[in-house]
Write a protein that binds this ligand. Structure first.
Ligand SMILES: NC(=O)c1ccc[n+]([C@@H]2O[C@H](COP(=O)([O-])OP(=O)(O)OC[C@H]3O[C@@H](n4cnc5c(N)ncnc54)[C@H](OP(=O)(O)O)[C@@H]3O)[C@@H](O)[C@H]2O)c1
Length: 331
């Protein structure tokens, strides 16, 4: 039986314009960094992708290195496209990235034209796509002229292998420089992908101002602080959680007493709003109009459902924001 997406899939989602571009992105997007790799249960990833699209999540984010093993998240998403979502290709915004290490030797990482364009070709083969919607430079490269990295993004767009260009993990100054170069090349920078959550607020120290000024959208990655800003760890570390598993970027020792004191206080504020902690954390990231989308991860379809329901209450009273700041300022 051919899978059919829910007919009412555009009813619950909110779509925001990405900077000064023509592209709208869902307020919540799904990232495939975890739980879509070759080591994971394929049918669970497939169920999450279907659930996401049924809820109006039109944007799926991967990178060349997502897995493990690296490359397998793209392969699995390619399979999901062939099985289910591919029939809806024109309703999807699919992004991938290059910049982290993918193959041996001097051309397997960073920001040379050689690396970026070869990596994109490999990504397209794994995904089984002719083009991605957004191609990102995944991290700034201190040793390659930024002009070269940006001209590679521009070339990817001109070759029809990507519709838009994006950058990730760039500083405010780097983002402004990238924007200037891309604009001169005729391929405006669509979007920046920085880390942003209640526990990591560096973007508030200049990056959001730069993006607002340059007309670049912002998609906030790890808005739930990899799961810390959810009810996952309030009563210990479950063995099926990210911090409970080996080989992830969230360790059991990251779940500190200091973090728990903050998240318990935040949980109380969320409940008073009629939300879960995860829902409030997402609404909080989206409170700034310069943030186009919150890029979540998930390990099961129910989390996606819960997270999309955050959109039912996106407004904050000043007093709530002050209570959140006070909780975050706890030692
Ligand atoms: N550009 C970059 O350098 C970069 C870096 C990192 C990430 N990213 C992007 O950002 C995406 C998201 O990263 P992330 O997965 O770390 O984001 P996140 O949304 O901060 O954390 C996701 C994790 O939180 C837990 N979770 C989610 N919803 C929950 C809920 N309702 N209740 C309880 N727990 C919940 C799940 O953990 P459990 O597994 O414990 O259930 C889930 O795997 C990635 O997939 C990737 O696309 C980009």
């Amino acid at each position: 039986m051919v899978w059919q997406a829910a007919e009412n899939r555009y009813e619950a989602m909110k779509y925001n314009r990405c900077g000064r571009s023509g592209l709208m992105l869902p307020a919540i997007s799904l990232g495939l960094w975890h739980n879509f790799g070759g080591v994971d249960v394929f049918e669970n990833g497939r169920a999450m992708a279907r659930k996401a699209f049924d809820l109006g999540i039109t944007h799926f984010d991967v990178a060349n290195n997502y897995g493990p093993p690296p490359g397998s998240a793209e392969e699995n998403f390619g399979r999901i496209l062939r099985l289910d979502l591919g029939a809806y290709r024109d309703e999807l915004v699919i992004s991938t990235k290059a910049g982290f290490r993918m193959w041996p030797g001097p051309y397997g990482e960073w920001g040379s034209r050689k690396n970026l364009l070869a990596s994109l070709d490999r990504s397209l083969r794994r995904l089984g796509l002719e083009y991605v919607d957004i191609f990102y430079h995944h991290r700034p490269d201190p040793n390659t002229p930024i002009e070269e990295s940006m001209s590679a993004l521009d070339a990817a767009v001109r070759q029809g292998k990507a519709l838009y260009a994006g950058i990730s993990n760039y500083s405010p100054e780097g983002a402004a420089e990238a924007a200037r170069i891309l604009r001169a090349l005729g391929t405006p920078c669509l979007i920046h992908q920085p880390s942003y959550s209640m526990l990591r607020r560096t973007v508030e120290e200049g990056l959001l101002d730069t993006l607002g000024r340059e007309g670049i959208g912002c998609i906030a990655f790890c808005p739930l602080a990899k799961g810390l800003l959810t009810n996952r760890y309030l009563n210990g570390i479950p063995s099926d959680s990210r911090a409970g598993k080996a080989g992830t970027f969230l360790k059991a020792q990251d779940v500190t007493e200091a973090i728990l004191a903050k998240t318990r206080a935040l949980d109380a504020i969320a409940r008073a709003r009629g939300q879960t902690l995860a829902q409030m954390a997402l609404a909080w990231v989206l409170r700034d109009v310069r943030v186009t989308s919150a890029l979540i991860g998930a390990s099961r379809p129910a989390q996606i459902e819960e997270n999309v329901a955050a959109l039912k209450n996106l407004s904050f009273a000043q007093e709530e924001l002050a209570r959140i700041d006070a909780a975050l300022a706890m030692p």
